[in-house]
Design a protein around this ligand. Structure first.
Ligand code: HAM
Length: 423
């Protein structure tokens, strides 16, 4: 039987509604910080990512979905949102009309990774790119948006990890120091990391391999990027830390945080949650001041941004299975109740998520279904209720029942809304 491709899941109710609401909420929250949405295509020329994301990254060497179209162009399903926004900014002269650009986005991304909890081959990101400003306040503002959004979504047990990777010159001296340190110990690194080391020694630092992690944890003499920062990068870093302090955003300076994409410099950050298991990063980002010329555009612009993994945000925000999409299920018992129940549902939908118990013939089966789906309220209309022109409203959590007039859907809706707010 044909099934969905491995790592690309169907998103069924109630997850589909939650995902849609998250995307919408993110775009709205970002608009309060001055961002406007840009939608880029889900496929681009593969070269955009090869040059933008970087040819030494796992993302480009191992994880991109690359294909030729019928015209012989080499295209890639987008693995991330940053290079497409940069391309769109140049293509549409968005930085010529304004001194800076604040762009938000949300949608599916594609990476050929080994699927596991919180890691898919098709997944969804919401993110922002703030292009044209080098001020450290911009870095802090972007992190402020990220944590504000997480709080809005009810995620509280997260940590903000922060590092500064310095500029190109700083990284060259640090790379030399790190390489000289690691070469004599190369056999202590896992096999995967020995290979990673040859491509990009920084990636060894945030390895998830237990062997490598053990080795790094034991080495107190591991060279640290902070000792290799130039005066200007140190000043930038101090500016970010002061601004985060003034916004009361707690952060953890994490010298081993390097991030997996080539374009970062100076500030990098990640938000991790202990609720997520091995794939613990809900979101991440940083500053990238030279991506434009890497891609081949004439001029560079300073930029900073982040992206959140929405499936991971869903995992971190609400315990699985605690939400049915519906507030209220109306159960008509017998033929004559169908019409009034149908009309009531239609009127209540202006303010509540309501449905009829379609195709369920017995009251017991309908209640069992509502219970399984954790629908908080049901309404029962049988012959006796019809005669009295009422419905029985049942609170599924407490079992409490009351009779309410069928002629006053506004009061019924208000009562349910008030009860929902209490929970
Ligand atoms: P990233 O760290 O590669 O950064 O991805 C951001 C977030 O996307 C991750 O923290 C994670 O939550 C989610 N994510 C990544 N891969 C997967 C996957 N296979 N399955 C599920 N979720 C995943 C970027 O993509 C950068 N473009 C962020 C950025 C924007 N930097 C500057 N501006």
């Amino acid at each position: 039987m044909i099934q969905s491709p491995r790592g690309a899941d169907d998103i069924l109710p109630p997850e589909s509604a939650r995902l849609r609401a998250l995307e919408q909420r993110f775009i709205e929250t970002a608009s309060r910080f001055g961002y406007r949405e840009i939608r880029t295509p889900i496929f681009e020329e593969a070269a955009l990512f090869e040059k933008g994301t970087g040819e030494t990254t796992d993302l480009v060497t191992k994880e991109m979905y690359v294909f030729s179209d019928r015209g012989g162009r080499t295209l890639a399903l987008r693995p991330e949102g940053t290079p497409p926004i940069v391309r769109a900014a140049v293509q549409h002269h968005l930085l010529k009309q304004n001194p800076y650009l604040k762009a938000s986005y949300a949608g599916p991304m594609f990476r050929y990774e080994r699927p596991q909890r919180g890691r898919g081959r098709q997944f969804h990101q919401a993110g922002v790119e703030f292009i044209g400003v080098s001020d450290p306040l911009a870095d802090a503002e972007v992190i402020h948006l990220l944590v504000s959004f997480l709080s809005e979504c009810g995620v509280s047990d997260y940590r903000v990890l922060l590092n500064n990777l310095g500029c190109t010159g700083d990284r060259a001296t640090y790379r030399a120091a790190l390489t000289a340190f690691l070469i004599p110990h190369i056999q202590h690194l896992s096999r995967v990391d020995q290979e990673r080391f040859s491509r990009n020694p920084f990636r060894v630092l945030d390895s998830k391999e237990p062997e490598t992690q053990r080795f790094l944890a034991e080495r107190t003499d591991l060279p640290c990027i902070a000792d290799h920062l130039c005066a200007s990068c140190r000043e930038h870093n101090a500016g970010v830390l002061t601004a985060l302090g003034s916004l009361c955003i707690p952060y953890e300076e994490t010298p081993t945080l390097v991030r997996g994409l080539d374009y970062y410099e100076r500030t990098v950050f990640e938000v991790v949650s202990s609720r997520l298991g091995a794939q613990d990063a809900i979101g991440g980002g940083g500053r990238y001041d030279h991506i434009f010329t890497s891609i081949g555009f004439k001029e560079d612009y300073p930029a900073v941004g982040f992206a959140i993994g929405l499936e991971r945000l869903l995992l971190a925000s609400v315990p699985a299975g605690s939400e049915s999409g519906l507030h209220f299920l109306v159960i008509p018992i017998g033929e004559s109740a169908r019409g009034p129940a149908f009309r009531l549902v239609a009127r209540l939908r202006q303010s509540l998520a309501v449905d009829l118990a379609w195709g369920i013939s017995s009251l017991r089966a309908a209640l069992r279904s509502a219970d399984r789906q954790k629908t908080p309220f049901v309404g029962i209309i049988g012959d006796e209720e019809l005669r009295e022109n009422v419905l029985i409203l049942r609170n599924m959590k407490t079992g409490e029942q009351m009779r309410l007039s069928l002629d006053d859907p506004a009061s019924l809706s208000l009562l349910i809304q008030n009860e929902l707010q209490k929970n």
